[in-house]
Design a protein around this ligand. Sequence first.
Ligand SMILES: *[C@@H]1O[C@H](CO)[C@@H](O)[C@H](O)[C@H]1NC(C)=O
Ligand SMILES: *[C@@H]1O[C@H](CO)[C@@H](O)[C@H](O)[C@H]1NC(C)=O
Ligand SMILES: *[C@@H]1O[C@H](CO)[C@@H](O)[C@H](O)[C@H]1NC(C)=O
Length: 512
Amino acid sequence: MPASTDRRRPRRGTAVAPLGSLLVLFLPGFCNPLAHASPSTSSGWHPPPTPSTHRPLLNGALETQETDGGVSSWWSPWPSQGWGPCVGPKATPVLPKNTPGFVQVFLDGGISQQRMGICDAVAVAKILNATLVVPHLEVNPVWKDSSTFGDIFDVDKFIEVLEDEVPIVRSLPEEYSWSTREYYAMGIRATRIKTAPVRASADWYLENVLPVLRRYGIAAISPFSHRLAFHNLPEGIQQLRCKVNFQALTFVPHIVDLGEALVERLRNPVHLETRVASESPQGPSNKSAGRFVALHLRFDKDMVAHSACDFGGGKAEKLALARYRKHLWHGRLLNSQFTNKELRKKGRCPLTPEEIGLMLAAMGFDGHTRLFLATHKVYGGRAQLAPLRKLFPLMEDKRSLASEEELGRVNGRASLLAAVDYYVSIHSDIFVSASPSNMHNAVVGSRTYGGLKTIRPDMALLGRLFLNKTLGWEEFRRMVRAGHGSGQRQITLRMEKQSIYTYPAPDCMCRV
Ligand SMILES: *[C@@H]1O[C@H](CO)[C@@H](O)[C@H](O)[C@H]1NC(C)=O
Ligand SMILES: *[C@@H]1O[C@H](CO)[C@@H](O)[C@H](O)[C@H]1NC(C)=O
Ligand SMILES: *[C@@H]1O[C@H](CO)[C@@H](O)[C@H](O)[C@H]1NC(C)=O
């Protein structure tokens, strides 16, 4: 199987040997920029066979990548969509004269879900004319990060940008200091609002929370995630949500600096160019210099187990995932009534790294494409990533681009690591998300706002194509291209009940 052998191997030992010393010269600050590099960079090491579940397609992709030399039409920027950013209430903001009290929220989920919760909390405070307490972020049972609002977001800026709209305090005054998370955890409390329905209306808050505020001077709303509707809201509330999301919420400076450094290294990759030059049969190529694709790969154990799909790991995998499901969700699972085949046809199985790689290759992204892997953990680890890395040897992530020292303040903290991924993802030329999630929604919304491209895989189409084991590469490529266009489609406007954070037009944008 010629195409599956490492196509860079013949060059090993000649061009690759001086690479280490070059790096030291160019980038003294990098401790291990090639920590993950493909096996061919260390001489004498024989790579294990790439574990591929779509071997014929992978071979076909690797062959055309070498001979094709085309440039994906996806790289060209979006033609002007006729929409530009435009946030903040259109009327002059008014700060309430006398507020009935303090609104407190406790937010669960990962940072993208919390981000939406923060925007909604500001909106609810506005609806009630209340004073907002800087939201409390709960520790997520899966990610176990105890970072506070102030560890992630710039609190001064948050308060300052919103100072004409909603009064915000960092903490409660002395007389209310009893109103803590622990206090609510211990019993039924009159000031706790526990029953906010999902997507509650503004009237619901006026009828159910305002009386509590008036009586006690404080109301603590929890749970609060996804608790404010996207339609039928008073004038200006949507625009206020936009203002919070796109202007008031910024990451703390050390996260912005790190994100900025990663983007800079992806765009001006001294070490990456060296690697291409030494590996490409045609010599150095700059046809995609300065550009990169961010790939949000939500393919962690949770996602995989939750999908109830089969990922080719045989009986051992099935048993392990079943055990995990039982442990986490007590076996209750929406999808478990369907077979693997049915789930795939419906597009309900998260795409594997290999499948995403094949999709990108079919869209015309070649081996010089710089990929940034914005991801927390990949189920199956390096082995699972091997086919993707084979298609895209210039794949990077936080750890390959930054030194341990630079990562020191975010290491081991899932929310901060996710914030860095989020930052890089909203600054990439193209963003690809392999499964819908809160992070996906938040990044997609932000990119639409900034006029940047996103590739949304057609999961049902891909599911069907990957099930067909007789489909050849050319056919696969044709069908993927036909099914995804060339990235020139028009901006998607929000429909009444859709999320303003995923679809910021028209509420957060104006015609330009
Ligand atoms: C909030 O304040 C505005 C302006 O002062 C007022 O028109 C509105 O009725 C108030 N809403 C509530 C719920 O108090
Ligand atoms: C690629 O190199 C050519 C010739 O050196 C240069 O003119 C061109 O601007 C470069 N393209 C990019 C995207 O850097
Ligand atoms: C699989 O793909 C081949 C080639 O395009 C096609 O002839 C065949 O009908 C497909 N099979 C299924 C089950 O869709």
